[in-house]
Design a protein around this ligand. Sequence first.
Ligand SMILES: *Cc1c(COP(=O)(O)O)cnc(C)c1O
Length: 383
Amino acid sequence: MKKTDKLGVNTICTHVGEIKDEQFKGAISPIYMSTSYQFYDVDVKRYPRYFNTPNQEALCKKIAALEKTEAGLIFGSGMAAISTTMLAFLQKGDHVVLQETLYGGTYNFVVEEFDKFGIEYSFTKSLAIADFKTEIKENTKVIFIETPSNPLLKIVDLTAVSELAKANGIITMIDNTFASPINQTPVDFGIDIMVHSATKYMGGHSDILAGAVAASDTHIERIWNLAKNLGGSLSDFTVWMLERSMKTMSLRVKYQSENALKMATYLENNSKIDTVYYPGLTSHKDYELAKKQMKAFGGMLSFELTEEIDAMEFQRNLQLIKPSMSLAGVESTMLNPSQTSHALLSPEERDKQGIKDGLIRFSVGIEEVEDLIADIEQALDKM
Ligand SMILES: *Cc1c(COP(=O)(O)O)cnc(C)c1O
């Protein structure tokens, strides 16, 4: 086979890392559920919590190939990947700069746990590079970003962040969940470490909870050293399920991105909708930047219903699109952040973050857009 960096993305998704079934010549990777492996006459001491069972190692190769890095690691959840990766590079007395809007779980991890480890942190005032610069201190070791951001799909300049970090000897980490490696490979722009909630586009069918990290061999070794002690590994059965899901990731994500662009355009021209937030619309303030660093603009978008329309009633009226938490499945889902992901914030805090009561986050699936449009039309007509 050609070297993985020469392979096309669909070929990587389908084949890289697959385990040959030498015994029965089956078409797919066998699944190795063993928690006990022989210790003599072997080159690796295998154990699921060492992240090195045959299925784990195989899937790590696929993730690394997709992110164009030397190595990868798979975790029991996105948060296990994120927490382990941050703690691997931060210790007592260190400081981390985090972008203003982050996934809620990541935000909670930082503000609820870092004090007890003696790790200092600052959030930027905006996503502008100047605001990252002002937060950097003598003891800053890590810059952590997430782009496109949740739920307003704001874009952070990857090249500018990595240049700023390199000039100051700082490691950069990105939560690349929303874009997925199909639409964005941050290593091309100098970002050091990619973390994922594999629960989302990598899994893609709303039935797997998992996390992933991709980086250089040296960085992955450092993360592994902590990971084996914290113990956040993923069961081999789920690893195998995830491998199967990832075979179709590029097909799914490409189609979801096309659907999302069509839906964003439709919503932008609908008089019952105010603002539409999608980085693929030329009206989006970061459109040019998104075009520079993303291959397509992803399956996530947000929109504001006009004030007369009650967001909850609108969602109850939907028949095809599921009002539900989480995102990135092949089925379309919607939620309104003010009642769900951002419900614990005060109305003032939500206002400051630009999250209005009528804001709806839309995870676009693989259904036909005509059917999605018809569902939204009938839900709005009932009001
Ligand atoms: C869901 C999500 C996470 C957390 O992942 P889990 O698999 O739920 O632990 C982190 N970041 C982003 C952007 C997410 O959407």
